[in-house]
Design a protein. Sequence first.
Length: 206
Amino acid sequence: MLNWNRVDLTFACIAALQKVRDAIEDLVVVDNGSTDESVLRLRGIPGVTLLEVGKNLGYAGGNNVGIRYAMQDGADYLWVLNNDVDPEENSLRGLVEAVSGDESIGAAASAQFMASTNESYPAAVDVSDRGEVAITCPGCSHGFHRADVLKGPSLLLNAVALREVGLFDEEYFHYYEDVDLMERLARRGWRRGLACHSRVRHIAGA
C-alpha cells in the first residue's frame, strides 16, 4: 500500500484490512516522501512494515519499493492495494482462490465499485479495434474471467511473472503503469483476468 500525504485514508484502509488479516502474511506500507505527519503516525503500527522512501517516486516507483521488499522476503504473490479503497472481507480470498492451481495467471484484479454510489467501475477490459469492452460479473462459480487489460486499485501479481517481465515502468510515474505491465505480461503469455469474488469500494482519484 502506498501513502503520500493521505494518512487518514491509509489508516482507514489498514483498519478495513483487519477483516482479511488472516490471509495477509505481511502488510507493507510505503511512504512516498510525505510532507505531512504521515511518517510519524505510521511508525510502530503493530503488524505493519513501514518503508520510508524519503521522496516522491510516483505511483509506479513507490509501489515498486514495496514489491521488491516483498519479493526479497520470499512472497509468491503481491497484493498491490490503493489506500483509497474499502476492501470487503472476501477481497483477498477471492483473488487467491481465482489464481490457485493455475500458474499461468500473472495478474488478477478485484471488481471495483465507486465508494460514493456503489456503481460498478471497470477493472478488467478486453481490447479490440472497436475499443474497450468492460468485463463484469456479480460473482459466479468459476471466479475468474480472462481479460486483456487490468486496471484499478486492487491487483494480485504473480512474483514469478514479475521476475520475468519486470515491475511497473517508473517512467509512467502515475498513470498507465498498470496498462503497460499488462501488455508486457501478455507478450510473455501470462494470463490476466477479473476475480469476480473479490470486491473493493474505491474513492476514485483520492
